[in-house]
Design a protein around this ligand. Structure first.
Ligand code: FMN
Length: 165
């Protein structure tokens, strides 16, 4: 084996997961950010975790109101998913800019993209500093699924999103 660095390892592990972290802005609208670094943590109780750069606007939102929905986006919104990963909700209305159609989720104030394969409604339990990121540990409140939507994955590190097949 050759000695490589961690970003190079992320390329070798492609395809990697892709999610859209959906949070609520102070005006009630939804912010969407593309996040590959998420994982299931526990099935009893149901818990997930994800890591976001300390500077992310989504992090600010979830640290404020503790509410977040993690969705697995469908292939129909691939371009928007790349857009949500290269702009910040601090100065961009991503939903309008990328023409993302949203739908309501029972029991939550946060809306999510219509084209979602899975939606995991969470309450943020705690967060920890991990280098240049925060790791958000969340209790799962509800889970929704739609098999018709084909999931997106990140390829070649994080430079492209497309299905795993
Ligand atoms: C495919 C892809 C995967 C990404 N994964 C992550 C991730 O796991 N964690 C992270 O902090 N940023 C990740 N990003 C970058 C964020 O989406 C980006 O910093 C975004 O601007 C944050 O938006 P916000 O400031 O509205 O929260 C990813 C971007 C792309 C395109």
């Amino acid at each position: 084996m050759n000695k490589i660095n961690l970003p190079q390892a992320a390329k070798l592990t492609s395809p990697n997961p892709v999610s859209l972290v959906c949070t609520q802005k102070p005006d009630g609208s939804t912010n969407l950010a593309t996040v590959s670094w998420w994982t299931y943590l526990s099935f009893n109780p149901n818990m997930i975790g994800y890591a976001m750069a300390k500077t992310s606007y989504s992090g600010e939102m979830v640290r404020n109101n503790k509410k977040v929905i993690l969705t697995i986006p469908g292939t129909e919104i691939a371009e928007a998913v790349m857009g949500c990963g290269s702009t910040t909700g601090r100065d961009t209305d991503k939903v309008a800019q990328f023409g993302i159609e949203l739908t309501e989720v029972e029991g939550s104030d946060i809306k999510i993209p219509v084209h979602s394969r899975v939606a995991i409604v969470c309450s943020m339990k705690e967060y920890h500093e991990v280098g240049d990121h925060y790791l958000y540990i969340c209790d799962v409140e509800q889970v929704y699924g739609n098999e018709v939507e084909e999931a997106l994955f990140a390829w070649n590190g994080y430079s492209q999103v497309r299905p795993a097949k």
